[in-house]
Design a protein around this ligand. Structure first.
Ligand code: HXC
Length: 260
């Protein structure tokens, strides 16, 4: 399918999704959300695809937030009745068991920072800027900026960012643990694609199991999480790919994965 606000292409086993409203710094409107739901569902359903990369078009922005022009005239009742932007979490995050990486070029503000935090990890270009400026618009983050950010960087920095609305650069974001890696701007897409290709080359059931296990850490107690980890381990330990992976190691050859 073709999209109005996204560019979607498959490169080998990696799906590259580019937020594509460069004139509005890739601001996220309802069309972007609906199309992301569709693009991520297509990625999830396609057995040839193992990992996705989400980035922003243009040099300047990953996404400069939810679309302020769309939100400006919406009433509180409308936000509530449509449960505004809930599908980002229910259909983009929760429905996607395969991993996806946010490759953050330039501004990731408000909803842009929130979408980056929905990814399994963030690779930032050295010119990336993160922030939750909603307070300057008279509101608060609405799709994870108070919750995922607090878990990612801790209370003090999350409060600092949400209460002042200031931006932090890539270095600060990496120090704080928001970002997995920083790369030079001109290598961002290559590095993100390389990471995604690596993931897509690994045993697919183990990939899903690892993602699921790490995510448990954000939902539960340590004891319950450790139990879940053992159970998920025991499940993937019963796959043909485990037999193959361990045999390949012993025989000093690369493994050949079946996803079984
Ligand atoms: C709609 C936006 C936009 C946004 C930028 N644009 N951000 N349009 N929504 N979030 C548009 C501008 O209106 C402008 O269009 C064009 O993109 C270029 O932006 P400029 O402001 O001219 O660029 P610059 O001066 O370089 O400043 C860049 C910027 C600034 C610092 C990123 O654009 C900015 O502060 N944007 C808003 C950031 C923000 O507050 N985000 C949080 C949104 S609230 P024209 O037509 O004038 O050329 C949010 C809530 C999420 O995300 C929760 C939802 C449930």
């Amino acid at each position: 399918p073709t999209y109005e606000t996204l560019l979607v292409e498959t490169r080998g086993a990696v799906t590259l999704i580019t937020l594509n409203r460069p004139k509005a710094l890739n601001a996220l409107n309802s069309t972007v959300m609906t199309e992301m739901v569709a693009a991520m569902a297509a990625f999830e359903a396609d057995p040839t695809q193992g990992c996705a990369v989400v980035t922003g078009s243009g040099e300047k922005a990953f996404a400069a937030g939810a679309d302020i022009k769309e939100m400006a005239t919406k009433s509180g009742a409308e936000f509530f009745s449509e449960d505004f932007f809930s599908e980002w979490t229910s259909k983009v995050v929760k429905a996607t068991r395969k991993p996806w990486i946010a490759a953050v070029n330039g501004f990731a503000l408000g909803g842009g920072c929130e979408v980056a935090m929905m990814a399994d990890f963030i690779i930032a270009s050295e010119n990336a800027k993160f922030g939750q400026p909603e307070i300057t618009l008279g509101v608060i983050p609405g799709m994870g900026g108070s919750q995922r950010l607090a878990r990612a960087v801790g209370k003090s920095k999350a409060m600092d960012l949400c209460l002042t609305g200031r931006m932090m650069d890539a270095e600060e974001a990496e120090r704080a643990g928001l970002v997995a890696r920083i790369v030079p701007a001109d290598q961002l897409l290559d590095e993100a694609m390389k990471a995604a290709e690596k993931i897509a080359s690994l045993p697919p059931l183990a990939v899903k199991a690892n993602k699921e296990a790490v995510n448990v850490a954000f939902e539960t107690t340590l004891d319950a999480g450790l139990l879940m980890e053992r159970r998920i381990f025991q499940v993937v330990a019963g796959t043909e790919d485990k037999t193959e992976g361990m045999a390949a190691f012993v025989e000093k050859r690369p493994g050949v994965w079946k996803g079984k």
